[in-house]
Write a protein of this length. Sequence first.
Length: 141
Amino acid sequence: MAKACYRNLKNYKYQLMRDYVVKIPIKPASSVNTKFIKLTKTGKLTIKDRYAWDGPSGPTIDTRNFMRGSLVHDALYQLMREGHLDYRKDRKPADQLLREICIQDGMSRLRAKYVYDGLRLGGLRNAKPKKKVKDKIICVP
């Protein structure tokens, strides 16, 4: 009998159901292509089908006008944590992009400013590269 192996997922609430493509102002020196995120030198960001993210972070409410911005922002911060983007150079433009997308999607400018200011104060630790921790794989029976 074959074993069923799985892993626990942490920190994810949402999963993208089809590729999402958007042109952004962040342009890496060379194109990046990971399992779920692609960013070209021209700023074409593709977040691939089945990408999982945690949605808006912090003391906030997950609203429709926050979801697209949180998707793009989480993907960019992931690229920073993995070392594909320079968090010292790209973090502020990523935070500004989140604010702009949220306003485009109907968020009030006041709330978008609150979100942006919160990121500028507390987001650095989520953008800095981290040591890769291997997932614990569990096999049953």
